[in-house]
Design a protein around this ligand. Structure first.
Ligand code: DX5
Ligand code: ZN
Length: 218
C-alpha cells in the first residue's frame, strides 16, 4: 500500500491559496473542503475557487464535497478538472449514478462516510468507488480532535476492500497528525488528509515528510 498525503487547504491562508499550494510540493494531492452551510454548519468555497486553484497548481486536486445535493453539484468539479471528487453517502440520493458520472468525466470517484455511518450498507456499490473517505471527526471544521471510535470501522473497511480486490483507496480525514496517523495506517488507511498538522507547522513540507514517514513505518 503506497502512502499518500493530501494536505487540506482549509487550514491554509485563503487570501494566498496559490502560494499555500506551492509550499507543499511533496503533497500527493491538495485536499479542498467544499462546505455549503447546510450539510455542515460551515461555509468555505465552491467551484470558482477550485477552478482558480486548478490553474494555479500542478498538484492534483482532491475535492471533498460536504454539501447537500451532491448529485446535482459534484459533476461540475470533475468537469473542471479535479482529479478526485468525493461525495457524502449521507447527502447523495443517487450515489451510483453520480459516482458513475464522476468517473465518466475522468475523475476518481470518492464516497465519504461520517463517523456514525456504517460502511457495510455500501458493500454492493464498491465497484463504483475509487476511494472511500472515512471521517475521523464530525465534518465541518479543521483542528478537531481525532475520534478513536472510528478505528474499528477503518479495519473493517480495509477488510472489505481486500475482499473486493484491494484497488480502492482508503482515506481518513480529521485530526490526522503525528500522534494519530500511525493508528490510522496500522488500521488500514492509505490516503491521509491533514489540515492543521500541515499548515499549522512552521514548514508544511517538512510536516508532510514526517507524516509520510510515520504512516509508512506503521
Ligand atoms: C473537516 C474537513 C477536513 C479538515 C481537517 O470537516 O473535512 O478536511 O480540513 O482538518 P484537520 O486535519 O485540522 O483535522
Ligand atoms: Zn475534508
Amino acid at each position: 500500500m503506497a502512502v499518500q498525503i493530501s494536505p487540506s487547504i482549509l487550514s491554509a491562508d485563503f487570501a494566498r491559496l496559490a502560494d499555500e499550494a506551492a509550499r507543499v510540493p511533496n503533497a500527493d494531492w491538495l485536499h479542498v473542503d467544499v462546505m455549503d452551510n447546510h450539510f455542515v454548519p460551515n461555509l468555505t468555497l465552491g467551484l470558482p475557487v477550485v477552478e482558480a486553484l486548478l490553474k494555479a497548481t500542478a498538484t492534483p486536486i482532491d475535492c471533498h464535497l460536504m454539501i447537500e445535493d451532491p448529485d446535482r453539484w459534484a459533476p461540475a468539479y470533475a468537469e473542471a478538472g479535479a482529479g478526485s471528487v468525493t461525495i457524502h453517502a449521507e447527502a447523495a440520493k443517487a450515489p451510483v449514478r453520480t459516482l458513475r458520472q464522476l468517473r465518466s468525466l475522468g475523475a476518481r470517484a470518492g464516497l465519504a462516510l461520517n463517523p456514525a455511518t456504517a460502511v457495510e450498507p455500501y458493500e454492493d456499490i464498491l465497484g463504483e468507488v475509487d476511494m472511500l473517505l472515512l471521517m475521523t471527526v464530525e465534518p465541518g471544521f479543521g483542528g478537531q480532535r481525532f475520534l478513536d471510535v472510528v478505528l474499528p470501522k477503518i479495519r473493517r473497511t480495509r477488510a472489505l476492500i481486500e475482499r473486493h480486490g484491494g484497488q480502492i483507496w482508503l482515506q481518513v480525514d480529521g485530526g490526522v497528525a503525528p500522534d494519530t496517523i500511525e493508528r490510522c495506517a496500522e488500521a488500514g488507511a492509505d490516503v491521509f488528509v491533514a489540515g492543521s498538522a500541515v499548515y499549522g507547522a512552521a514548514d508544511p513540507s517538512v510536516a508532510i515528510d514526517r507524516l509520510r514517514a510515520l504512516a509508512s513505518s506503521a
